[in-house]
Design a binder for this molecule. Sequence first.
Ligand SMILES: Nc1ncnc2c1ncn2[C@@H]1O[C@H](COP(=O)(O)OP(=O)(O)OP(=O)(O)O)[C@@H](O)[C@H]1O
Ligand SMILES: [Mg+2]
Length: 331
Amino acid sequence: MGRIVAVTNLKGGIGKTTTVVNLSAGLALRGSRVLLIDVDAQGNLAMALGVKPRRTLYEVLVDGAAIADCISSARPNLDIVAANESLLTAQPEIARRPDWARVLEKALMPVRSRYDVIIIDCGGSLTVLNLNALNAATDVLVPTTVEPFSLKGLEMLVQQIRRVKGSQGALRAILPTMYDSRLRQSVDLLESLRTRYGDLVLSPIRVNVRLSECSAQGKTIYEYDPRSRGAMDYALLVERLSERMSLGPAPPKPAPKPAPHQDISAPILSQPPPFAASAEPPVVTGAGSMLSLNCPNCGRPLQRAMVAGYRVAYCDHCKYRHQDLAAGGRR
Ligand SMILES: Nc1ncnc2c1ncn2[C@@H]1O[C@H](COP(=O)(O)OP(=O)(O)OP(=O)(O)O)[C@@H](O)[C@H]1O
Ligand SMILES: [Mg+2]
């Protein structure tokens, strides 16, 4: 059975949908079969992907339509069950049913085995459907901005997730979003977030206007501006979550230390990208620190991967990371 990931935070406008779009697009490029479910009546997910589905989740949950008939294709490997404002009227209807908290989980059952991962984009409030999403989820990803009020809300949300899911570790990761390292407060709060939640906290997604421009145009960040900081940050997220949830092709193992005369670009560059959609040539030269085999901070072996056109190197020990676009520099 594939995994079901709820992307949730009770706060609105903190990057949930942006994360769902660019995480799922990266996973799909990497070769995973991904289904997206929008449980937010704003219906932003389909818009951000530039698709106009005829059928929506309302028909599945209220009219009893087969979910397979309400799936639309958004990209290769990437399907969606979209939402629209009709979901607002669905919620009171669902709340009247005896099985109200498991309606979504049951609806997903017939298609679950077709996908490696189902990702649910939750709305920014405590609705019947958000609770359904939590109940259905095998994994929970919590994006959060790095601000005082967000972190207070995060504490409450984590407690709620533990209440609903028990303590079996369904909370897979906390993702700082819209991070601006020029702000002293953000740097300090990220540090306290890491002290409080440890390895659950992933590398932040930095603030990047290209991320808001791309959703306005119905494109993923890899399509709109693969050289942007936003694309690099989401490419790394794709890699880390693929690992944590054992999705798709495994990243290449660290290469053995080369002999002094050996071309050190060989180990990483000889790995073909594990996805088919990129038109970029897999082999480039002059990639600087990407070619170092060990972490420049702590000296341990770097983990490496190719995702969405990026060569990613990162250290599990000290969190050092470096990404290069395989086909050139970034902006
Ligand atoms: N890293 C980022 N840098 C700059 N802008 C961003 C970033 N992430 C998201 N945005 C923008 O912030 C706005 C809110 O993002 P998004 O819609 O993803 O949030 P959300 O949590 O899904 O909101 P809602 O709760 O309303 O569903 C959007 O305009 C989006 O393009
Ligand atoms: Mg949203």
